[in-house]
Structures are given as structure tokens and as C-alpha cells.
Design a protein around this ligand. Sequence first.
Ligand code: FPP
Ligand code: MG
Length: 321
Amino acid sequence: MESAAAGTTGSITRIEEELSRVAAGINPRLYGEGRPPLDGLGKASRSRFALLLSDALGGGRAGAERVAVCAELAHTASLLHDDCVDLSALRRGRPTLNERLGLNAGILMGDLVVSLALEEAWKISPHTARSLVEAVGKMVQGALLEERARHRRIGRDEFLEIISLKTGELFRWTAVETCGRAGTPALLETCARVGSLAGSAFQVADDVLDFESDPSFSGKDSLKDISEGKATLPVILALEDGAVSGEVSALLDALAAAPPGDLEPALRLAALLRERGFTAAAREKALAMIAETFPLIDTLPVRDAGADLKNFLLTLVHRNA
Ligand code: FPP
Ligand code: MG
């Protein structure tokens, strides 16, 4: 990652220090034994995106770092909630808060971390706080639409709407606010589009990893999405293909009817999707979304930094954890 995101180390350290400062403000009585919920940045994808976009805009790092702190807080809040929604036991290689302390604690800690994100955004400007409120609202709508689509066959358009809200929106917000801090308002629309595409591509790659990666590598459970009736692009592409749609549909029905803990239909469906090339096809679609950002990035003022940004966006799709 560091080669594409060359030179971001100092900024990432400062962002981590800021997050530790915010975490230190959370009373340990609220999370009991163990590490605070903001501990560990994970892949810091939103931060790296903000930093490299700011470089491509010629905006310097200070403003982007502040935006990144807010984005990482909002992202952490969304994961705390997401792990409750998905009943996930593992995140970033550690037991989730809901696993350690129960669902209610996970939900409420997520609420607390949203409030911390908004507080940090307010310190940047009232406008930044307001725009983050709107972005969080859209993320929640995406998560709700996904919840309403569980165990239902959805098409590509509905899927793309869900991911552009639940994941694309925070990347879009990060890009727009970074652009604002860089003092390049004429490029807001361009940055918004780059952010939205990057976020959607990131989510598609994440969904592919659910089929392909090992938990010891990804730090989270595998086969969660299909086991829990979540529609992801490999499944949607397979359902669109007349040669396998019947078989896939029957496996989805078996999955919905399977007792909890029976992984057999999920394993068979995952094998089919991998062997018939649907996970690879989904990754190609993610790559196509990233390719769509390239002509937009070419219009940004600092060309060399734009090339670093493009390389970084490619790593979002080619990552294996
Ligand atoms: C990961 O999805 C989750 C998200 C991208 C965000 C979900 C949004 C919410 C739960 C709404 C709440 C938002 C806030 C800001 C409070 P995933 O389950 O596909 O990814 P995973 O495999 O990493 O779990
Ligand atoms: Mg999840």
C-alpha cells in the first residue's frame, strides 16, 4: 500500500495521534476491559484517499488530515453498527465490541462515536458538520435498504444504489470536504464523482473478499454476506447468467432455509461463484469503476500526485484483506 500512497506515513501518524486523543476522551467504564473502540486504524483507506486527493489538488496535508479524522470516526461508528446488524464476531482481527459486550453496547458505542465524528467536523466548520450529518443519513439509508433486501433477489441497479449510499457516500463526503479544504471549489463536482466511484468500487472488492479471503488474512469472518442473505455483485451477475441462474437460485433458496450454523449451501454457492468466474467478473466491474475516475483525476492540477492517487485507487480493488 505504502508504495502507491508514497509519503503518507507522517500524515497517517498524525491522524492516528488525533484519533488516540479522541479515544482518550471516552470513559473506559463505557467499554470495560480491553482496548478502546477507536484503537487501530485498519487499512486507513479513507485517510489515504483524502491525503492523496489533496496532493492532486495541490491542497497541502493539514486540511486533509482533519477531514480524514472525521471520516475515520464516522467509518468506525458505521462498523460498530454494521457488526451489530451482521452479528459479526471478528473485525480487524479482534473480537467485535458486540461480541465482547453485547449488541446493545455495540449500538450505543456506535452512536457515541458518530457524535465524536460530528464534534470533530464542527471544529472544522459548521458547514462540515452539517454535510457530515447528511452523509451519515445517506449511509444509514443504504444500510436500511440493504437490510430490507435481505434474502430477496435484487437487480444490479438496486445493488448499486445500496453500495453508493452505504459506502460510496463517506468516500464522496471525504472527497468533497478535502476539495473544500484545498481551496479548489471549481473541482467539487469532479471530486464528488471520484469519491463516489472509489467508494462503490471499494465495496464491490470487499464483497469479493468475503468469498475469497481467509479470516486470518482479512481479520473478519468469511462467507458472511451469502450466509446472511446479503445480495452482492458475484451473486447478481450469476443470477443474470441463464447458464447458471437456476442452480444459483436453488442454492439461495437452500441457504435461506438452512438452519443456523449449516454452512453447506454457502460453501457450495461460493465454490460455484469462484469456479465459474463470477467473483473475478465482479472484481473487473470494480476495476471499471476505478478506471472511470482516471479521466477525472487527469483534470486535477498536480499530475504526478494524480498518478499516485490512481495507483492507490487500484490497490483498493486489488487488495486481499
Ligand atoms: C460495512 O459493510 C458497512 C458499511 C460500509 C456502512 C454501513 C452503514 C451503517 C451500518 C449505518 C450506520 C452509519 C453510521 C455512520 C452510524 P459490509 O457489511 O458489507 O462490510 P464488512 O464485510 O466489513 O462487514
Ligand atoms: Mg458487515
